[in-house]
Ligand binder design. Structure first.
Ligand code: NAI
Length: 325
C-alpha cells in the first residue's frame, strides 16, 4: 500500500476548514486509494478549537486517515508536507484600507512561504484560498525561492464552478454538458468569467450579450456577497468543495477536450503581466497546471481581462512597496 500523503491545512478551525477536513479525510482530495496524514495549523488561540475538529475527525473512523497533528508554528506544520492548503487569512475589518489588508496578510503568508521553502517535501503543491488569494499566493511564492514558482496557485475554482452552475441553469443543461468556461484575472469583483470559448454538447455556447453583461458576469463575480447576504456567513462548504476540485484536478489531470480555471504564475501569456498570480484557463497533466495557449481573445474579453489584471498589478505594486515581496 501507498505511504500516506502529508496534507497541511491552515485555518483548520475556521468555517472552510470544518467543511474541508472531512472531505480530505474521506479520500476526496487525492482519490479513494490514497491515505492522508493531516497537519493542521492554527493561531494559538484557535488550537483548542482545532483539537475539537480533530476529535470529530477521529470519530469519523475514516479508513484513509492515517493521522492528525496540530501546530501553531508554521515551520513544524509544513515540515515534509506534500500538499499545503493555505486557508487561514486575515479578514478585512471595518475601515481597513486595501494596503492595511495586504500588509496584515503579508504577516501571515511571508512566514508561511519561508516555512514551505525550508521544510516542505520536494513535490510540494500549494493552494492559497485565504483572501486576497492571488496576492497572498504571490507573497508566499516570493519567499520560497527554492520551490518552483508553478507550485504556488490561488483558488478561482469556486468562481469557475459558480459560472458553470449559472450557465447550466440558463441553458437548461447539466453542468457535465458544458466545457471550456474560464475565469480570468483576480479572485475579486473584477474577475472575468468568460464564455467566449465555451461549448455546450460540443457546440459553441450562444447567449445574448446583455445577459452576459448584466446577469451572468455580475452574478458570478458578486456571488460571495450574495451568499453572505443570504446565509449570514461567507461561502464555506462551496469553497471547500472547490479546493477539493482544484487539488484533485492538479494531481489527476483535466479530461481531454476541456480545461478548468486556476490562479497560476503568469508567464506573460495573453498580455498578463509576468510574475503575478492570475486566473487563466488551465489544463492539468502529470501533476502540472499549464496555461491554455493560443486562444483568440475578442475585444470584450480583452477589456475585461485587462481591467482585472490591472487590479492585480496594483496589488503587486502595493506589496512590493511594503517590502512584502
Ligand atoms: P474563518 O474566519 O472561519 O477561519 C479562518 C481561520 O484561519 C480561523 O480559525 C483563524 O484562527 C485562522 N487563522 C488566521 N490566521 C492564521 C495563521 N496565521 N495561521 C493559521 N491559521 C490562521 O474563515 P473562513 O470562512 O474559513 O475563510 C477563510 C479564508 O478563505 C478567508 O480569507 C476567506 O475570505 C477566504 N475565501 C476564499 C474563497 C476563494 O474562492 N478563494 C472563497 C471563500 C472564502
Amino acid at each position: 500500500t501507498q505511504a500516506p500523503v502529508n496534507v497541511t491545512v491552515t485555518g483548520a478551525a475556521g468555517q472552510i476548514g470544518y467543511a474541508l477536513l472531512f472531505r480530505i479525510a474521506s479520500g476526496q482530495l487525492l482519490g479513494q486509494d490514497v491515505p492522508v496524514k493531516l497537519r493542521l495549523l492554527e493561531i494559538p488561540q484557535a488550537v483548542k478549537a482545532a483539537e475539537g475538529t480533530a476529535m470529530e475527525l477521529d470519530d469519523g473512523a475514516f479508513p484513509l486517515l492515517a493521522g492528525i497533528d496540530i501546530f501553531d508554528d508554521p515551520k513544524q506544520a509544513f515540515e515534509g508536507t506534500n500538499i499545503a492548503l493555505l486557508v487561514g487569512a486575515r479578514p478585512r475589518s471595518k475601515g481597513m484600507e486595501r494596503g492595511d489588508l495586504l500588509e496584515a496578510n503579508g504577516g501571515i503568508f511571508k512566514p508561511q512561504g519561508e516555512a514551505i521553502n525550508a521544510g516542505a517535501a520536494d513535490d510540494i503543491k500549494v493552494l492559497v484560498v485565504g483572501n486576497p488569494a492571488n496576492t497572498n499566493a504571490l507573497i508566499a511564492q516570493s519567499h520560497a525561492p527554492d520551490v518552483p514558482a508553478d507550485r504556488f496557485t490561488a483558488m478561482t475554482r469556486l468562481d469557475h464552478n459558480r459560472a458553470l452552475a449559472q450557465l447550466s441553469k440558463k441553458l437548461g443543461v447539466p453542468v457535465t454538458d458544458l466545457k471550456k468556461l474560464a475565469i480570468w484575472g483576480n479572485h475579486s469583483a473584477t474577475q472575468y468569467p468568460s464564455v467566449q470559448h465555451a461549448e455546450v454538447g460540443g457546440k459553441a455556447v450562444e447567449v445574448d450579450q446583455a445577459w452576459l453583461e448584466n446577469d451572468f458576469i455580475p452574478t458570478v463575480a458578486k456571488r460571495g456577497a450574495a451568499i453572505i447576504e443570504a446565509r449570514g456567513l461567507s461561502s464555506a462548504a462551496s469553497a471547500a468543495s472547490a479546493a477539493i476540485d482544484h487539488v484533485y484536478t492538479w494531481v489527476n489531470g483535466t479530461p481531454a477536450g476541456d480545461w478548468t480555471s486556476a490562479g497560476v504564475v503568469s508567464d506573460g501569456s495573453y498580455g498578463v503581466a509576468e510574475g503575478i498570480i492570475s486566473s487563466f484557463p488551465v489544463t492539468a497533466k502529470d501533476g502540472k497546471y499549464e496555461i491554455v495557449q493560443g486562444l483568440e481573445i475578442d475585444d470584450f474579453s480583452r477589456a475585461r481581462i485587462d481591467a482585472s489584471v490591472a487590479e492585480l498589478v496594483e496589488e503587486r505594486d502595493t506589496v512590493k512597496k511594503l517590502g512584502l515581496i
